[in-house]
Design a protein around this ligand. Structure first.
Ligand SMILES: Cc1ncc(COP(=O)(O)O)c(C=O)c1O
Length: 381
């Protein structure tokens, strides 16, 4: 019998307790149990982004809905700045170009991040600037803290897409002067897909008005009343909430608090380093430059990615395909976020090693694993 290991960029492994917390019946969205779970999930999200005074939102949808909800802060002809380090940075362009906006766009080549000096050169006044904390297409982590300090001089609102980072990377939205940060339930929070979570600074919340470019569903001005009610312990309806996902999320945040957010981030960093030390032992090229490597995603070059993925799958390890158009046929992505541990890293490197051998790469048994063990020994793990 096989036991699969999901080393994907999302959905990720779901902890059994988190999954079964969603197995509730006869719970309406106005029930005290649901309101309690929703309130706990809202406050739990603020804990993960270390910003107690922000307003939390949980919407039925995915990360892209949170991105699109930024229209709630925009009006026709506003200036927006997009800082893109890859495919998910580019998604902002796809979204904003559907509205009447003036878009400026900075783009990095795969494996790198836009430089802070490039951002310093932007002198226009922007209503909103957007950036991606971890670019899931390449595994590049961006220094959103430093970028935010620079953007503050030119931008009313600073937005960070934390979909592939939150709870796996440090995020201190309040301290770093980031107005809006968001994620989705299926990434490093390790819950089922179906909810978008946002934390918004009090200043930005006060700017939510009824005359923005946002449509009906993704309109944060309307959702604000729902969140206020629930935080007050009262039910409210705008559209149907993802009831079962909220129960799972509440449990995920309970476990995240128990682990402690800084310990959780450390665990992500250890697993990431374990996997990468193994890949380096196998002479695999990692796409992200060393200085930009994230705790949550590693993109690696490989010939014939779909064959490689199917070899891994036959060894019960599921990873993600590449998505950067110019590299699509020469790389894959390993997700290491959520409930992963060092045993998963060892299993993954072992399966990568055996699959590479099967594909005709010259690798000797234990070539990658030796590096992992050395890393673990060195760190007393
Ligand atoms: C960084 C980033 N932003 C946005 C998204 C879009 O999220 P979703 O697929 O949940 O709509 C993703 C999805 O992988 C992502 O990794």
């Amino acid at each position: 019998m096989s036991r699969k290991l999901l080393m994907h960029v999302g959905p990720t492994i779901i902890n059994d307790e988190v999954l079964s917390a969603g197995h509730v019946n006869n719970a309406g969205f106005a029930s005290p149990d649901f309101i309690d779970a929703m309130k706990n999930a809202l406050n739990g999200f603020l804990y993960t982004v270390k910003s107690d005074n922000y307003m939390p939102f949980i919407l039925p949808g995915s990360g892209t809905l949170a991105m699109e909800s930024m229209a709630s802060f925009l009006r026709p002809n506003d200036n927006v700045l997009i800082i893109s380090n890859g495919v998910f940075g580019d998604r902002w362009k796809a979204i904003f170009s559907r509205y009447k906006l003036n878009i400026d766009y900075l783009k990095a080549e795969p494996g790198k991040a836009v430089s802070l000096s490039e951002i310093e050169r932007m002198k226009k006044h922007y209503r909103l600037s957007v950036m991606t904390h971890v670019e899931t297409s390449t595994g590049v982590r961006f220094n959103v803290n430093e970028a935010s300090q620079i953007l503050r001089n030119v931008s009313d609102l600073i937005v960070v897409d934390g979909v592939a980072s939150i709870s796996g990377e440090n995020m201190e939205a309040d301290k770093w002067d980031i107005d809006i940060v968001f994620t989705a339930s299926q990434k490093a929070l390790g819950a089922p897909p179906g909810a978008a979570l946002l934390a918004i600074s009090p200043e930005a919340v006060s700017e939510l008005k009824d005359d923005s470019l946002a449509g009906f569903y993704n309109n944060l001005y309307a959702w604000k009343n729902v969140m206020t009610s629930i935080l007050d312990g009262k039910s409210a309806y705008y559209t149907t909430p993802p009831v079962h996902i909220i129960f799972s999320l509440a449990k995920a945040f309970e476990l995240i608090k128990k682990e402690d957010i800084d310990n959780r981030i450390k665990r992500h960093s250890i697993v990431a380093e374990s996997i990468r030390s193994g890949l380096e032992g196998l002479d695999v090229k990692i796409i992200a430059d060393r200085e930009f490597r994230s705790n949550t995603v590693t993109a690696m070059m490989i010939k014939d990615p779909s064959r490689f993925m199917s070899y891994l799958y036959s060894r019960d390890i599921e990873i993600a395909s590449g998505v950067v158009p110019e590299l699509k046929d020469s790389y894959v992505r390993i997700g290491h976020m959520g409930w992963i541990n060092i045993n998963d890293a060892v299993a993954t490197v072992s399966a990568v090693e055996r699959s590479m051998h099967e594909m005709g790469y010259e690798v000797s048994p234990g070539q990658g694993l030796k590096n992992v063990q050395e890393f673990l020994f060195k760190n007393n793990l």
